[in-house]
Structures are given as structure tokens and as C-alpha cells.
Design a protein around this ligand. Sequence first.
Ligand code: ADP
Ligand code: ADP
Length: 225
Amino acid sequence: MTEIRLDTLTKRYGTSTAVDGIDLTIGEGEFFSLLGPSGCGKSTTLRMIAGFVTPSAGRILLGDDDVTALPPEARDIGIVFQNYAIFPHMNVAANIAFGLKMRKVGKAEIDKRVREVLAQVGLEGYENRYSRELSGGEQQRVALARVLVTRPRILLLDEPLSALDKNMREEMKFWIKDLQKSLGITTVYVTHDQDEALTMSDRIGVMERSRLVQVGTPEEIYERP
Ligand code: ADP
Ligand code: ADP
């Protein structure tokens, strides 16, 4: 449970501004969606929080820690992309264990955590399956498990459902929301889909041409006259 604070967060590429002075506080345990059309700066904002893109100006705080200058691996975050691509040559357990092995976690602890996280994402007994044997939704659950197993303090999701077909997307939408609530993990969810933002979020931040133009609950955003 960690608060996220963005302080005049800005990214410029040459003379164009991708993200223009975002001020935003996302509360502990909140499900926050960044909503807006393609090219408005959502991904760049998320990638700055993750540490993959260096801000031109501004600060990023996770709890009391200023992480603006920290590399991604020192930020203790989990991020899942649209193209979640789990490793096809590794089974589910190996995919999930991968990050822990890199962190030199012991084998017994890894096995325990893999079982635990598979239960959390509703894939008990899937340890030995390969990605070709999984549906798109199941692969996305594995991608989430791979991130959650490292016990990140915040979760960043970049259009995680857009590669799925409509029915699967509908199902996963509710599933992700329930999982987020049961874990209580502060979550930033990037989407261009109003319906996803409306269904899943505690609050929504609407972006337009590199600016954050409105912040509110789904009711406030959608039911304003
Ligand atoms: P969104 O996620 O809302 O679709 P992005 O954050 O990906 O938007 O992009 C915001 C703007 O910044 C776009 O105009 C995009 O072309 C530009 N942009 C993103 N990444 C780069 C980059 N590495 N170099 C130059 N321009 C970029
Ligand atoms: P997303 O699928 O998250 O919207 P994009 O397809 O916009 O990402 O961008 C893919 C990659 O290309 C990213 O690393 C992004 O930073 C980079 N990129 C996006 N727009 C531009 C641009 N106008 N010039 C250079 N690189 C860009």
C-alpha cells in the first residue's frame, strides 16, 4: 500500500511535449485509470513512473521515497504491458520464478511463492503448462502473476486487455478489479477505453494532448451535465 505522487511531471522529446506538468496524488490502495486517446501521453506517464523513461522535469514519489533518479529495478514496481509475451520456452512456473531467480531468492521460497501467486490469479495446478496451451486471458494472468510474485509496492498496467477478444476482455476487466481490491495494491491503469475505466476505477484521470485535464470518480467524470 503506497501512495504515488507526481509533481509537475514533464517529458519533452525535442520540441514536442509528450507529458506536460502532471500534478497528481494517487492514494494507497487506489485503482486509478489514466484515460485518453492515442498519443495523449498516457504510456509516457506510466513509463516515467516505472523508470523506463527519464522525466525532463518534475518528480515521482512512492510513499516517502523520491524515486525520480532511481533505475526501474530499484523502484519496487510491477508493470504489465499489452504484449505481455510470457517466455514460450519456459513453463508457467519457470516464467513466474524468473524474476525471483534474478533476485537470488532460494528454491524453496520460490516454489512456495509460485504456488501462492498461482492461487491468487486462479491458476492452481498450471505450473507445468506452456504458453501455447493457454488462452489469451490465462496468459495475461500468468503475466500478472509474474509481476505480483515479486511483491511490488505498486502495480502499473498499460492497456493489458487490448490484445484480448471482446468476451475475454469483459471477463478479465472484472477479474483484475477484484484481484486489485483483494490485494489492496495501488494501481495505475492506462486505457483508451472509457468502459474499462468506468468499470474498474476508483478514480479516473482524463488526459488530452499531453495534459491531465480532469480527475474524478467514474460518477463525477461521466455524469456531469
Ligand atoms: P499514449 O500512451 O497516450 O498513446 P504516448 O505516451 O505513447 O501516448 O505518446 C505521447 C506522445 O509522445 C506521442 O505524440 C508520441 O508520438 C510521443 N512519443 C512517445 N515516445 C516517444 C519517443 N521515444 N520519442 C519521441 N516521441 C515520443
Ligand atoms: P504504446 O503501444 O505503448 O502506445 P508506442 O507504439 O506509442 O507505444 O511506442 C512504441 C515505442 O516507440 C516506445 O518505446 C515509444 O517510446 C517509442 N515512440 C513512440 N512514438 C515515438 C515517436 N514519435 N518517435 C520516436 N519514438 C517513438
